[in-house]
Design a protein around this ligand. Structure first.
Ligand SMILES: Cc1cc2nc3c(=O)[nH]c(=O)nc-3n(C[C@H](O)[C@H](O)[C@H](O)COP(=O)(O)OP(=O)(O)OC[C@H]3O[C@@H](n4cnc5c(N)ncnc54)[C@H](O)[C@@H]3O)c2cc1C
Length: 396
């Protein structure tokens, strides 16, 4: 792992830093509690992503001809680090930028690569991920949504669930079964599905936070042209795994930045809180906890840097990327739990109460963080991957 920067990369860091200083909108106030797109922020975050796109600070590693920056993962790392330092807002099209675009660039026809990635980066078109179904989550190969050929179209019937951002999405990365007689993972195809097509119904699901961030999606005879297949008929499992690999990469890569922002916010909160009559930052137990979290965040950062070294050498992230997901989950849930501990009895007050600390943003972050150990593959599944594919243990 070589983290020394070239003069060009140092110059790039300086450019990003000064750009962020003048371009983060004044109305954005980061507490560090939760940096996820929330319903009332959609308009603001769409505009912010557009600003990043126009400045060339999104999709740095995507090829230039498809709207990206044609740069390396080192510049991406620098950008993410500077975003953390500046407490920049998140982007809105997280699934499109983190997964959809890279998968289309990896598997798409020239026509698909010209059509979709740039609009993903500019946030003109929002994407969602249609993988999970009511009876198919961890074991994705059991998915039941069917796509049946009818002339030069496929007719889709079935249901997806927990589909994040489907209520504002224009496109879906859809996995559907095209050959029910083939072994489970062989008869699946990856479609680029227009969410505005007739027969698509989206029903929001309210979460513990009160937000309806994910949805049920129903397909009732939805017609999709065969040119919307990505990566070939019945090849959806291989294409879908590319998306999951980028999901893991995004988790290990971008989320160490988000964890750092959350931790900085927590340290600020500790400075302003008292414990036994003194600032919480003077309490020996609290200090130890904060120091341990800082150490864990640094370990996470360098684990991410190791993954980047692999990418810079042209290798793909392997199963060990699952450890990044676990570090994020454990680190982030601990930060949120400590924020509740620091607030003492005030931790019970959500936004809307005049006594709520920082208008209940930490409460939102705490409740939302419970989902971290489920979304993007549960903790048990990550442990299975590490056990079987990294450590070579026998299958459980
Ligand atoms: C906030 C949030 C957002 C999401 N967004 C999306 C999205 O945008 N698109 C999408 O497609 N999906 C999304 N999901 C769904 C998510 O991917 C699934 O919830 C997850 O994969 C688990 O599947 P499941 O809920 O069916 O649980 P199950 O697979 O039924 O698992 C139930 C329990 O059994 C355990 N388990 C299952 N199999 C094993 C095993 N082999 N060994 C040990 N333990 C096992 C699991 O760890 C879990 O504790 C989202 C979920 C959440 C919480």
């Amino acid at each position: 792992m070589d983290l020394s920067l070239t003069p060009e990369q140092e110059a790039f860091r300086a450019t990003v830093r000064s750009w962020l200083k003048t371009n983060i909108p004044r109305e954005w106030k980061s507490t560090g509690s939760s940096e996820l797109p929330r319903a009332e922020q959609y308009g603001f975050l769409r505009r912010w992503q557009r600003t990043l796109f126009e400045a060339g600070f999104i999709g740095l590693t995507w090829p230039k001809e498809y709207g990206g920056g044609g740069l390396t993962f080192m510049e991406e790392l620098i950008l993410q680090q500077e975003m953390a330092l500046a407490k920049a807002p998140p982007i809105l099209n997280v699934l499109g930028v983190g997964m959809g675009g890279p998968t289309i660039i990896a598997w798409g026809s020239e026509e698909q690569k010209k059509r979709y990635p740039a609009k993903i980066l500019s946030c003109e078109e929002i994407w969602c991920q249609g993988y999970s179904e009511p009876n198919s989550g961890s074991d994705l190969t059991s998915l039941q949504t069917r796509a049946v050929k009818d002339g030069d179209h496929y007719v889709i019937n079935g249901q997806k669930v927990w589909t994040s951002l489907a209520h504002i999405a224009d496109w879906m990365m859809l996995l559907a079964r095209t050959d029910p007689s083939a072994p489970k993972h062989k008869g699946i195809t990856y479609f680029l599905l227009d969410m505005h097509a007739p027969g698509v119904t989206v029903k929001p699901l309210k979460q513990i936070t009160g937000d309806a961030e994910f949805n049920e999606v129903y397909f009732d005879n939805v017609r999709v042209h065969e040119s919307q297949i990505l990566g070939g008929l019945n090849n959806g499992w291989a294409v879908g795994l590319t998306t999951l690999m980028y999901e893991r990469l995004a988790l290990g890569f971008g989320l160490q930045v988000r964890l750092r922002i959350a931790l900085d916010g927590l340290v600020d909160l500790a400075r302003r809180s008292t414990k036994n009559g003194v600032p919480a930052t003077r309490d020996p137990l609290m200090r130890q906890k904060l120091a341990q979290m800082w150490i864990d965040t640094e370990v996470f950062k360098y684990t991410g840097a190791r993954a980047i070294t692999k990418l810079l050498k042209g290798e793909l992230p392997g199963p060990e990327a699952s450890s990044g997901k676990m570090m994020w989950v454990e680190g982030h849930q601990r930060v949120q739990e400590m924020a509740m501990e620091l607030q003492g009895p005030y931790a019970q007050l959500m936004s809307g109460s005049r006594w709520a600390v920082e208008n209940g943003l930490w409460q939102y972050g705490f409740l939302r963080s419970r989902a971290n150990s489920i979304e993007g593959g549960t903790t048990e599944i990550q442990k299975n991957i590490i056990g079987e594919r990294v450590l070579g243990l026998p299958k459980g």
